[in-house]
Ligand binder design. Sequence first.
Ligand code: HSE
Length: 435
Amino acid sequence: MKKISIGLIGLGNIGTGVVKLLQQNEKLITQKLGARLVLKKIADINITSPRGIKIDRSLLTKDARDILNDPDISIVIELMGGYEPARTFVLEAIQNGKHVVTANKAMLATYGNEIFPAAQHRGVDVGFEASVGGTIPIIKTLKEALVANKINSIVGIMNGTCNFILTKMTDEGKPFDVVLKEAQDLGFAEADPTFDIEGIDTSHKMAIVLSLAYGKKVNLKKIYLEGITKISALDIAFAKELGYRIKLLAIGMLKGEAVEARIHPTMIESEHLLANVNRNYNAFHLVGDASGPVFLFGQGAGMMPTASAVFSDIIDCARNVLHGISGRVPLRSINETGMKDIRLIPMDDIETKYYFRFSVLDRPGVLSKISGILGRHNISLATVIQKAREEAGPVPIVMTTYKAREKDVREALKKIDRLDVVKDKTVIIRIEDEL
Ligand code: HSE
């Protein structure tokens, strides 16, 4: 039986999962591939800490170049994460004619426009199923299953940490800081959670997904981004009262030739499938022009779920090796040489519904002052909630709107926040109830 040698760079959580999965399902993998996958070398800067699995010590090396320069290894699995030296190693693997499998969304979102053309030019494949949505086959769905569709919209919950925090805040009514601490204690949030809670991780994933959905190059920095740090228990409670749940959504919508791309906390109807994706789960709701709605759900992180996605790419690459081919499926859905820049709609020009929470003094005429300014900016009100005052000091007034233009909303709120009866910056959360 033919053998295919693979090398793994990065023996962290996911890397360990990959080794474990090969050990656990080796017979099944061999049967499906019709060849044996041999894990020839594993590189990591730490080769002494126990990982809870049996690994032949002779496979371990501290030098990634033992893998990159080994002519017998035809597939390199990069699971070290971070920008450098991951980028350099991936480019070297490509130059050395090796297929690459990676879960590194930060690297791909930032350096994809360098890595993918290099791979196409060298005639090797780069698999990255595990970079977005953990175990969920979103990359294959976009590149292969829905290939003949115009993707009218793609909306995702792409960060398990944020979803875990928002779920707990919703179900237990606790404030953000308390829940973040609990999530850290449970291992669902990193010690430095910035990448997750500020939405940066989601923006990396969104950049990758958009490039596949539209076959275009995406400038990560142009995707509108708001994290979840300003979401309060009070807004979650009002959302419930209005029949919504708050989720950190990455929203991509095709508008003619341009695309609306934004990431922000969003109120969605509590009945919607996405509203019921809870805890650390991820999900994608896509609408293709031929397929109609497609919903994908699963674990967006974790050792074995992510290792499952890594293996889907390893086996694809191994099949290439067996058949002596590459590039059967273009790396980012279309030939790299034909890739244009995506045209993103400026945030000022998007139109959606809004939730506002004003913090105001409870005095006669306040409501009419606020609604007057909104009206003069073409913002039409759908609902208004004001609770009776319980103590001295500002009270919340909540309003939801019909569809309005973001630019008008910002200008109106700037004026409202300057009123002397308004005591705090107005909270704004976008509502999407037509997904
Ligand atoms: N940190 C990510 C999350 C998992 O919380 O979803 C890896 O992409």
